[in-house]
Design a binder for this molecule. Sequence first.
Ligand code: DC
Length: 236
Amino acid sequence: MTGERLIVTIDGPAGTGKSTVGRALARRLGLEFLDTGAMYRGATAVVLDEGVDASDERAVARAVRRAAMRFDWTTDPPTLLAHGRPMTDRLREPDVAAVISTLAAQAPLREALVAQQRAIARSHPRLVTEGRDQGSVVFPDAAVKFYLTASPRIRARRRAEQLRAAGRPADVDEIERDLARRDRLDAARAVGPLVKPPGAVEVDTSEMTFDEVIDALERLTRQRAPAGALAGARGG
Ligand code: DC
C-alpha cells in the first residue's frame, strides 16, 4: 500500500451499514479498513472473560491494555486478536452486547482505545475507519468524514436480516427497542458521544441499497480527498 496519508471516517448509529459500507469503500479505494466497534466489543469480551469488575474503570482499562489487542491485517476483514488469540466469534455474543454500552461510556477505556486507534493509523495511514467518534475525537483532521443515518425501523430490519442470515432468531420490534436504547446511551455519554462530526457529510441510507451508499461515498471521497491521494487506486 503506497501513497500519502488518507483517513476517511464513517460515524453513525448502529444498523446504518457502517461496517458493510466501510469495508467495501476501503476495497474500492485501495485503503485499509478499521472497525473500531470490534475493538469495543473485544474490550468487553476481555473484561467478561477475565472476570474483571466492570464498575472498576481503572481495572477495566488496565485489563484491556494488558490484552494488547491488535488486528491481523492479512484477513479480510482484519481479525481482532486479544492476547494473541482471534476474537472473531466472541465479539457478537449476547453477553458482550448486554454490557458494551456501559463500558463504552468509561473515559479510561475510551482513552486507551483512542490511543490504540491513532497508533494503528500511524502504521496504516491509508484507512477507512468506522465507529461513533472517529471524525469527532479520534481523527478530527481526517481528509473525508461521513455521518450515516437511517430510520430506526429500517436499521432494526437490517439487523434482523443479518441475524437471520447467521441462523439466529430475530424480532424486529425488540431489536428496534434495543437500538433506541443504545442510541440514547451512545449520544448521552460524556466522553466520545455519538455526534455528527464537524465537516462530515451526512448520508441518510434509509431508502438506499448498500451498493448505492457505497457508490455515493466513493464519489464523494474522490471529490474531497486531497489531489493525488487516490491516484492509482482502483476505481470499482
Ligand atoms: O458498531 P458496533 O455496533 O460494532 O459498536 C459496538 C459498540 O461499541 C456500540 O455500543 C458503540 C460502541 N462504540 C463506541 O462507543 N465508539 C466507537 N468508536 C465504536 C463503537
